[in-house]
Design a protein around this ligand. Sequence first.
Ligand SMILES: Cc1cc2nc3c(=O)[nH]c(=O)nc-3n(C[C@H](O)[C@H](O)[C@H](O)COP(=O)(O)OP(=O)(O)OC[C@H]3O[C@@H](n4cnc5c(N)ncnc54)[C@H](O)[C@@H]3O)c2cc1C
Length: 479
Amino acid sequence: MSETTNLNIAVVGGGPGGYAAAFLAADLGMTVTLIDPEVNPGGVCLYRGCIPSKALLHVAKLVEESHQAKDWGIEFAAPKINLARLRSWKEGVVKKLTGGLGILSKQRKVRYVQGRAEFENSTTLRVTKTDGAEEVLSFDRIIIATGSRPAIVPSLKLDTPRMMDSTGALNLEDIPGSLLVVGGGYIGLELGSVYAALGTRVTVVEMLSGLLPGADRDLVLPLHKRLEKMFEGILLNTTVAAVQDEGTGIRATFEGADVGVSEAKPHEKVFDRVLVSVGRKPNSEIAGLEKTQVQVGQRGFIQVNKQLQTDDLAVYAIGDVVGEPMLAHKAMHEGRTAVEAIAGHKVAFEPNAIPAVVFTDPEVAWCGLTETQAQNENREIKVAKFPWAASGRAITLDRPEGMTKLLIDPQTERVLGVGIVGVGAGELIAEGVLAVEMAALARDVAMTIHPHPTLSETVMESAEVFFGTSTDIYRPKRG
Ligand SMILES: Cc1cc2nc3c(=O)[nH]c(=O)nc-3n(C[C@H](O)[C@H](O)[C@H](O)COP(=O)(O)OP(=O)(O)OC[C@H]3O[C@@H](n4cnc5c(N)ncnc54)[C@H](O)[C@@H]3O)c2cc1C
């Protein structure tokens, strides 16, 4: 296919999908305009998502580790928290990274317009700039990368700063005495962990029967056990039926089969703050979109093909606005694929493994096929698990609760999926992604020399477990 690079393209939304697309388009020689309301690119991920939450989780881990150090003969005094300083450090991290993206835009000669875009037609945008000025601009192609926002539950809407979404929670206005987290997904657990480490009594309510719905239960268990110690309560199979502002706190009323059976499962309770983290909604209600051929599906996601092209041939869409998983690295890869498709390269977005990482302590990470998915699809697989209690490195860290597992096709012995729970699982999973994408066999992973003593050895030893020959555990192969 021939390459078309002398195009004039617009990217609407400056999140990870948008800036990755804009930068690649510029690198390929296209004329690029990137439009976003913020002063610099970054989107949800950098301003109110991945980055500020990970900065705070780093602090939370340090606090938790300082408590555990007592077991190793090192005792620290209780931490004194200077909230203003912590907040400004987190904001500094965001500013450094978003400022860096601003510089990268300039270096690549991407025209960054601070404002909001609406469609006049498939190739024309009206941009209302932050300073109030308007500009009407025409392009050869437009990439929509408008992302997502926190989902709102109408029954949990109260006009008080005590009710927060993830953005409010990241602002860290104060350290509340008590916090109710509605939703046991990754955002609720990550932010709940931050507040718990800072000294808040945290209660998590999850409507389903387990935390992190969607993740394999054996990966969630070690996290659940540790969170039970960190949090005041974890209420499963429970919903928050109503919230009431009592001035000095929010009274939450719970519903669920076992609500009220014990003191730990109350009918209602008053909290200083409530964080509602029940999922995210795509930002597909873009003004003027009806003037194009772009189609929006039932769940609000913009419909695209494998080249990220919408039903309107001049319009592409990427990132959270086109579907799950709503993750920054998925958005970035889609952005790059869309630009390559526009440039005329023969590409498709069809990954075998998009990693998911929950940055709690321990971290939970997985990629490719999950055991839950294999069961639902009635798919025959072999699961090889290596418990970290047998890992030298895990023992030196005093964190033996982790586990690494490989999901293997019994016929071809190909690695189809990887799951890890333990400290640093988010870093370790990258090897799993490579194994799945490169169609590695269990033998390839077992024969790859891993450095000792590291947690990465657990990936290699899981493959050895598959053959019944793991050095560090005795588990002969059966049948
Ligand atoms: C608390 C939290 C923690 C998270 N942690 C992680 C994590 O650790 N790892 C991970 O992978 N993901 C994480 N995510 C998810 C991640 O932030 C998103 O998946 C990612 O930001 C999606 O990128 P995007 O490019 O699709 O859009 P976004 O980042 O949502 O950016 C879209 C941008 O478009 C702008 N926009 C919208 N409409 C218009 C318009 N009409 N004109 C111009 N601009 C417009 C928006 O203002 C926004 O700046 C987290 C999210 C949250 C909330």
